[in-house]
Design a protein around this ligand. Structure first.
Ligand code: PLP
Length: 287
C-alpha cells in the first residue's frame, strides 16, 4: 500500500485525497492545523499540540471535530498506514463546507478534517543541524493573532521563499522596533553575549511553540541562565549562538543571519546540547 491520507472519515490514496471546492479552508483559510514530530512511530509533545489545537479552534469558534482520544487514534492510524517510523504527522481542521460567504455558515456545518504523514530522514536532519543553517530577516507583516495556528500562512510562505532564494532555511520576522518576533515556521532564540538564553515572550504576537515550551522546562532543569525577553537583529548578530525550535526543525542551530556569521559561524555548544536534550525527551515522552 502506498501513501494514504485521512479525509473526513475515510482513508484514501494520497494521490486521490481532496476536499470540496467550497471547503472554507480552501476558499477562506478558515481553519487551523497542528504538526507533531514523530519518533519511533509515536507522536512527540502530544498533549501540548492537542492543547494548542483546542485553543486555536476555540478562538475561531470551530468545534473539536471529535474527542482528543479519537483524534489521537486516527492520527496514529495515519502513521501506521503510512509506515512512518521517524517523521511528521499533520492535522488540519477547517470550519467546513458551505456556499461561499465570509460570515460563519448558519446553521453550522461539520468541520472538515484532513490528516497526512510523512517520513523524515533523521540522519539528514542531524547532518543539517551539525552544519547549522542560515536565516534571513523580513519585515513583520502578519495579522495580530499569530497565537492562533491558522492555515492563513501567506506572509509565512513569502518569507520562507525569500529565505530559500537567499540560500537560507528560515526567515525571521522583525517588528517595527527592530525586535525579532519569530521564524516563518519556528521560534527564534539566541545565547546572548552574557551567555543568557533568550527567546521572545508569548505575550507578544507569536505562536506559542510547543517545542519552545518543552525546551523551557528542560532549560530550567539544566540551570542555564534564561530570560524570556525579545532581542534585536543586531543583538542576534552579536550573540554567541542562535537557534530555532519547532516540530519540524526540533532545535536547529543558526549560523548566519542575512549572510553575517553568528558567533564563530558554526553551531555552538548550548544549541547542540539543547538539541540532544530535546530529542531524547521527545522520544521518551512520545505516545
Ligand atoms: N512559529 C510559527 C509561526 C510556526 O509555524 C511554528 C511551527 O510550525 C512554530 C513557531 C513552532 O511551533 P511548534 O514548536 O509548536 O512546532
Amino acid at each position: 500500500m502506498g501513501r494514504v491520507a485521512y479525509v473526513n472519515g475515510r482513508f484514501v490514496r494520497h494521490a486521490d485525497a481532496a476536499v470540496h471546492i467550497e471547503d472554507r479552508g480552501f476558499q477562506l483559510a478558515d481553519g487551523v492545523y497542528e504538526v507533531w514530530a514523530v519518533f519511533g512511530g509515536r507522536m512527540a509533545d502530544a498533549p501540548g499540540h492537542f492543547a494548542r489545537l483546542k485553543r486555536s479552534l476555540g478562538e475561531l469558534r470551530i468545534p473539536m471535530p471529535m474527542t482528543e482520544a479519537a483524534l489521537s487514534i486516527v492520527l496514529r492510524e495515519t502513521l501506521r498506514r503510512n509506515r512512518i517510523v521517524d517523521g511528521m504527522v499533520y492535522l488540519q481542521v477547517n470550519r467546513g463546507v458551505a456556499p461561499r460567504d465570509h460570515a460563519f455558515p448558519t446553521p453550522a456545518v461539520p468541520p472538515s478534517v484532513v490528516m497526512t504523514a510523512k517520513s523524515v530522514d533523521l540522519a539528514a536532519s542531524e547532518a543539517r543541524a551539525a552544519k547549522g543553517v542560515g536565516v534571513v530577516t523580513v519585515a513583520e507583516n502578519r495579522w495580530g493573532r499569530c497565537d492562533i495556528k491558522t492555515v492563513g500562512l501567506l506572509p509565512n510562505v513569502l518569507a520562507k521563499q525569500t529565505a530559500r532564494e537567499a540560500g537560507a532555511v528560515e526567515a525571521w520576522f522583525v517588528d517595527d522596533l527592530g525586535l525579532v518576533t519569530e521564524g516563518a515556521s519556528s521560534n527564534a532564540w539566541i545565547v546572548d553575549r552574557e551567555g543568557r538564553l533568550r527567546t521572545r515572550d508569548t505575550q507578544a504576537n507569536i505562536l506559542r511553540g510547543v517545542t519552545r515550551a518543552t525546551l523551557l522546562g528542560l532549560i530550567a532543569e539544566t540551570g542555564l541562565a534564561f530570560e524570556e525577553r525579545p532581542f534585536t537583529v543586531e543583538e542576534a548578530r552579536q550573540s554567541r549562538e542562535a537557534f530555532i525550535t519547532g516540530a519540524g526543525s526540533l532545535v536547529l542551530p543558526v549560523v548566519r543571519i542575512d549572510s553575517a556569521p553568528v558567533g564563530d559561524g558554526v553551531p555552538g555548544p548550548v544549541a547542540k546540547r539543547l538539541r540532544e536534550l530535546y530529542i531524547s525527551e521527545a522520544r521518551r515522552t512520545a505516545v
